[in-house]
Write a protein of this length. Structure first.
Length: 256
């Protein structure tokens, strides 16, 4: 679970910088609202530190909206700083004891545990032979994946003790593809495919993405049912909290 919190901290840090940058573009002062929104005031401090309030007329609604946005962003900033502080405190005291040694891929315990705890190791399967040089990002079970976002998904699946295969061969009609993640539900035995589209803002990539989704649907893998889809652009990176929510939605909250 430390990987979850470390990744969460990275996301929060990015959001913090984004919100702080946005706040710097907004007007000085603070919005104060009275009478259930009927009256707006700009609150500022003068050179002596004394608080001054100036009435904002309804004709300046755009200006008031900018100050309202500033209030929201500052609240986000305070909340994010508080969560980062809590994560730092957690990471300082969190100890793994002997767990990492037992669950590491080269642990002598793994062969004895693999029948009962399938999620601890990979079974033998045909994997994607294309561009192995792109497998650069460390993931659980001594694997390497192609992006940080795929690693986020892999660690989330592993932390929830879900057995998955990365880029395992899947035959769809007359051709073979290699889905990002193939997951077997631990209770129902239902098979799920999870595809992450990391370049969703690029037109050439979009054509391939849509074709792949169409082929999945034609082969019985339906989004929202047994096909999980996530998307990403530079402006909208993959949110680990969203990944956790998808896992809870499809596999339940009582996995571990």
């Amino acid at each position: 679970m430390t990987n979850y919190y470390s990744t969460r901290k990275q996301l929060l840090t990015r959001l913090l910088l984004k919100y702080q940058s946005e706040v710097n573009t907004l007007p000085d002062g603070t919005l104060v609202i009275y009478q259930n929104g009927a009256k707006w005031y700009l609150q500022e401090k003068d050179s002596s530190g004394k608080i001054k309030r100036t009435y904002i007329s309804k004709s300046r609604a755009d200006y008031a909206s900018q100050l309202a946005k500033k209030a929201l962003l500052n609240s986000y900033i305070r909340d994010i700083k508080n969560e980062i502080s809590a994560i730092n405190a957690y990471l300082r005291v969190r100890k793994h004891c002997k767990l990492d040694k037992i669950t590491s891929p080269d642990s002598p315990y793994i062969p004895l545990l693999s029948d009962s705890y399938h999620w601890l190791c990979d079974q033998e399967y045909e994997s994607n032979p294309n561009h192995p040089e792109a497998l650069l990002v460390k993931a659980p079970k001594d694997q390497f994946v192609r992006s940080k976002s795929e690693a986020i998904i892999a660690y989330a699946l592993y932390d929830h003790q879900l057995s998955y295969a990365y880029e395992k061969a899947l035959v769809l009609g007359d051709y073979t593809i290699y889905p990002d993640f193939t997951i077997r539900h631990p209770f129902s035995n239902k098979l799920y495919i999870w595809e992450h589209f990391g370049l969703a803002d690029q037109s050439k990539y979009q054509n391939s993405m849509c074709n792949k989704i169409r082929n999945y649907i034609n082969s019985g893998y339906i989004p929202g049912n047994n096909l999980i889809l996530t998307y990403e652009t530079p402006a909208c990176p993959l949110d680990i909290s969203y990944v956790q929510g998808l896992i809870s939605l499809h596999f339940g909250d009582d996995l571990i």
